[in-house]
Design a protein around this ligand. Structure first.
Ligand SMILES: [Fe+2]
Length: 220
């Protein structure tokens, strides 16, 4: 296990909301979007106090890094051996499960505008019991740190924006922000004392971003 701590000048819920949507990838994470391509994102939502999405397939590392390096677990089925699962567990924990490691973020709310993030890179003995695993773990940690620092910067900007009295709220983005809507409803339920577990989707996986070229192929 490797761990790293971040201090973030935001309300912890913004960290969660940022984790749940991925349309910021091309602008905030130029390196990540190469290994977790927009068109490979799916909703992955069952019933429960969480929001879920899936990237499949996870793409190969680029010169800027990625999620490969350690060998994937041999026990995975074909789907899991090439997929990344992203879950925000209500209220404050992110769990990312990839074929060769997992990454966890726990967002500790310290103040309305201050959060301490503890992050953990977890690996299975089977993946690290190979030559070169130390270097592979180092590469993974550097990649996660790069992605996380990019997220920290953007959520701190969001915090500044919504604390500006000129900000009066706004509409959510259709489809892309549905997980945020789900999360906000869970928060509201807890605030008003409603004990409710939101249902899941009827379809286990549905593609969130359809490539325009593919969409026109389908209609032709
Ligand atoms: Fe991000």
């Amino acid at each position: 296990m490797r761990a790293k701590r971040y201090e973030v000048a935001v309300n912890y819920k913004l960290i969660g909301e940022n984790f749940m949507e991925y349309y910021h990838l091309p602008w905030v994470h130029p390196e990540l979007v190469k290994v977790s391509r927009m068109e490979d994102h799916y909703r992955w939502q069952g019933p429960g106090m969480y929001t879920g999405m899936c990237t499949t397939p996870v793409s190969q590392n680029t010169e800027a890094g990625g999620w490969e390096g350690l060998p994937p677990l041999g026990s995975l089925d074909e789907d899991d051996a090439r997929s990344g699962r992203f879950v925000w567990l209500f209220p404050n924990t992110a769990v990312v499960v990839l074929p060769n490691h997992a990454f966890v973020i726990i967002a500790h709310p310290e103040a309305p505008d201050f959060t301490v993030e503890e992050t953990f890179l977890l690996s299975h003995p089977e993946s690290v019991d190979v030559e070169g695993s130390g270097a592979a773990l180092g590469q993974l940690m550097r990649f996660w740190n790069l992605v996380n620092l990019q997220d920290v910067e953007i959520v701190e900007r969001v915090q500044e924006g919504i604390f500006n009295p000129a900000y009066r709220g706004g509409r959510m983005c259709y489809r892309f922000e549905e997980p945020l809507h789900r999360f906000q409803n869970m928060v509201v339920d807890k605030m008003v004392g409603i004990d409710r577990v939101p249902p899941g989707d009827e379809v286990e996986m549905s593609q969130m971003f359809v490539d325009p070229a593919e969409a026109s192929d389908r209609t032709n």
